[in-house]
Design a protein around this ligand. Structure first.
Ligand SMILES: Cc1cc2nc3c(=O)[nH]c(=O)nc-3n(C[C@H](O)[C@H](O)[C@H](O)COP(=O)(O)OP(=O)(O)OC[C@H]3O[C@@H](n4cnc5c(N)ncnc54)[C@H](O)[C@@H]3O)c2cc1C
Ligand SMILES: *[C@@H]1O[C@H](CO)[C@@H](O)[C@H](O)[C@H]1NC(C)=O
Ligand SMILES: *[C@@H]1O[C@H](CO)[C@@H](O)[C@H](O)[C@H]1NC(C)=O
Ligand SMILES: *[C@@H]1O[C@H](CO)[C@@H](O)[C@H](O)[C@H]1NC(C)=O
Ligand SMILES: *[C@@H]1O[C@H](CO)[C@@H](O)[C@H](O)[C@H]1NC(C)=O
Ligand SMILES: *[C@@H]1O[C@H](CO)[C@@H](O)[C@H](O)[C@H]1NC(C)=O
Ligand SMILES: *[C@@H]1O[C@H](CO)[C@@H](O)[C@H](O)[C@H]1NC(C)=O
Ligand SMILES: *[C@@H]1O[C@H](CO)[C@@H](O)[C@H](O)[C@H]1NC(C)=O
Ligand SMILES: *[C@@H]1O[C@H](CO)[C@@H](O)[C@H](O)[C@H]1NC(C)=O
Length: 509
């Protein structure tokens, strides 16, 4: 039950569709959420024939750096594929832009035709319709360059990349960026939504480390977005996903690092009291910002196992911080002094066929709230076994209380820089599509239960923001963006008066 890199991630094999543009989402995702996501502008969408014309017009307009693909080609299948197959939809065609100028042309063409489309980075969203579509699927996979800027201590990173490849490109320079914590995750959606990372205690969310974006605005104009040049867009892109256009380049702060320490240690359920105490002690007493953990409470194959991923930002942690974890009888251990890339690749979350994330936000991991998480894991693991559960998982991620105070400028997410709210990530995976509604409903009930436990324990979390990259698709915008929402909507109205980005799914301002 340890997430090794060798775990096969089930990728979709999409059936080539003769129609290409089914009127409803037959392959689509968890039906408990809003299918297709809360998105505007879906009225008067073109017929399949018109979509084929849009695909043809894109093919005609783009340069040789880019290409359009149709059902039957391997690229088409790869472009539509997501981490969980429940996020896949059958698009009319896919397009892989290879230059910013071509992204501009594509956006102008889908905008003029009012054609539904999607923008996909790594394809890790579990909300159907957020980076999938029955219209024109834009895959950013050809944007895979990393350029190091010595003078500014930043790197330009292509939005088609997964973090593993970003880290591999930076390793020869002795540099890292504050990105994904486990193997295989897309950099674009992660960074556009927030980004809890291994340096979060030291530098904040990944979006706090972004110094610039290259953006293709909804009308096709290309703009360099920095705090100085475009303060509104700079604010909006720090949490606002695809509302303001398509990002074609991220500039992230780099950090000079050599070896780090950590990896995965796993415990069987007979060690739960000791594990629970060790997590509580770490959450309460660890004050070294270089030390972080993710305690993944996983119910799989009929039993509960805790996979604790430990990280120390240095070759050797000072004594005391992790000793209690190392002292508990384990069933698997892969802890060492290693490269940052090696540490990230030591942890891999297996994708079931279908899956969804959700989130409960609390203020403190205390013995009470940790016990509640473990109880929920066992309760729902057992209860959902007969519904085709593959994995029932809850991630405990204790951070220091000042993590939202590292940004130099305001960000769309989170709506306030204090208190230091902590998201609990719920990750359920299952096999039969007929169980979608059961699992979505369970995610909501369980998140509510964890919130109730925190409230009863005196934690003021009624209005706590829910993290955009973990929340189910029918989560109200107010619960994620809070008081930032009016400004975000005003910026959207100004940059996208024709609501071109409303033709794509996702959180819509
Ligand atoms: C196994 C696993 C581990 C994870 N670990 C973490 C973690 O440690 N910390 C954390 O914070 N989150 C984590 N996440 C959540 C992760 O941040 C989201 O799944 C994120 O959206 C992934 O980015 P992506 O590029 O793969 O997403 P995609 O599904 O490709 O896109 C997500 C959204 O971003 C938009 N988007 C993508 N690219 C662009 C672009 N270039 N321009 C405009 N809009 C764009 C899409 O349209 C879509 O709405 C994890 C997810 C998984 C599956
Ligand atoms: C779960 O059990 C199946 C067989 O039923 C096995 O193939 C799989 O490896 C097990 N998974 C883990 C993580 O132990
Ligand atoms: C996608 O197409 C390009 C050429 O346009 C090719 O080099 C590449 O191998 C293809 N990828 C897949 C997965 O088929
Ligand atoms: C990536 O870099 C190469 C080499 O400099 C360049 O030709 C290409 O246009 C770049 N691709 C993108 C998407 O920027
Ligand atoms: C950037 O810094 C690295 C390491 O300090 C050095 O090897 C490289 O030559 C520098 N590159 C430029 C373009 O200055
Ligand atoms: C925090 O440390 C103190 C002093 O060692 C200890 O008494 C207390 O139990 C620890 N807290 C938790 C939650 O373990
Ligand atoms: C390790 O375990 C032993 C035996 O159970 C115990 O005596 C010791 O105090 C533990 N050390 C730590 C750091 O937890
Ligand atoms: C465990 O969780 C279930 C479901 O949320 C709940 O009904 C039950 O009261 C919990 N048990 C304990 C001991 O907290
Ligand atoms: C595109 O939008 C930007 C920002 O709203 C605006 O400045 C620019 O003039 C627009 N370009 C065209 C061609 O309409």
């Amino acid at each position: 039950m340890v997430w090794k890199i060798s775990t096969v991630v089930a990728l979709a094999t999409l059936l080539p569709s003769t129609l290409g543009y089914p009127s409803d989402d037959k392959t689509g995702g968890p039906s408990g959420g809003k299918s297709g996501g809360p998105s505007g502008g879906k009225t008067g969408t073109p017929s399949n024939g018109n979509l084929q014309q849009v695909c043809a017009s894109i093919q005609h307009a783009i340069s040789s750096a880019s290409a359009v693909f149709y059902p039957g080609s391997a690229n088409y299948t790869a472009d539509n594929a997501h981490w969980v197959t429940s996020s896949n939809q059958i698009s009319a065609c896919t397009v892989e832009p290879g230059s910013t100028a071509d992204v501009s042309k594509i956006l102008q063409l889908v905008g003029a035709a009012r054609a539904p489309f999607a923008v996909k980075g790594g394809g890790h969203t579990t909300n159907v319709g957020f980076s999938s579509t029955t219209g024109v699927q834009i895959s950013m996979r050809r944007f895979s360059n990393v350029t190091v800027n010595n003078a500014t201590q930043t790197a330009d990173i292509g939005p088609g990349m997964i973090w593993d490849d970003v880290y591999a490109a930076l390793e020869p320079y002795g540099l890292i960026v504050a990105g994904g914590r486990v193997s295989g995750i897309g950099m674009a959606g992660f960074t556009l939504g927030g980004g809890y990372n291994w340096l979060t205690n030291q530098v904040g969310l990944t979006l706090d480390t972004v110094t610039g974006y290259e953006l293709v605005r909804p009308n096709g104009s290309i703009v360099s977005v920095t705090a100085e040049t475009e303060p509104d867009l700079f604010f909006g892109l720090k949490g606002g996903f695809n509302n303001y256009g398509i990002v074609t380049r991220f500039t992230l702060k780099t950090f000079a690092r050599g070896q780090v320490w950590g990896g995965v240690i796993a415990y069987a359920s007979d060690q739960l009291p000791a594990v629970q105490a060790a997590i509580a002690n770490f959450a309460k007493n660890s004050t070294d910002p270089k030390a972080q953990i993710i305690a993944a409470c996983n119910f799989m194959n009929g039993s509960l196992q805790v996979d604790n991923i430990m990280f120390y930002d240095g070759p050797t942690p000072p004594p005391g911080i992790f000793d209690e974890f190392l002292n508990i009888t384990n069933v698997f251990k892969d802890i060492s002094t290693r490269s940052y890339l090696s540490l990230v690749q030591s942890a891999n979350v297996p994708a079931g066929a279908r899956g969804a994330f959700h989130v409960a936000t609390i203020l403190d991991f205390t013995p009470t709230t940790i016990a509640a998480v473990l109880n929920e894991t066992t309760f729902w693991g057992n209860k959902l076994a007969n519904d085709g559960a593959f994995l029932v998982s809850y991630n405990i991620e204790p951070f220091l209380s000042n993590i939202y105070q590292h940004g130099l400028t305001p960000a769309a997410y989170p709506p306030a820089t204090s208190p230091g709210y902590l998201p609990i990530n719920l990750n359920f995976a299952w096999t039969p599509a007929s169980s979608d509604a059961t699992f979505i409903s369970a995610l909501k009930t369980s998140a509510q239960q964890l919130t109730s436990v925190a409230l009863k324990a005196g934690q003021a979390v009624e209005q706590a923001p829910l993290y955009t990259n973990y929340a189910l698709s029918d989560t109200p915008l107010e619960r994620m963006y809070g008081d930032n929402l009016p400004r975000l909507k005003a910026i959207k109205a100004e940059v996208d008066p024709k609501n071109v980005m409303g033709l794509a799914g996702g959180w819509k301002f």
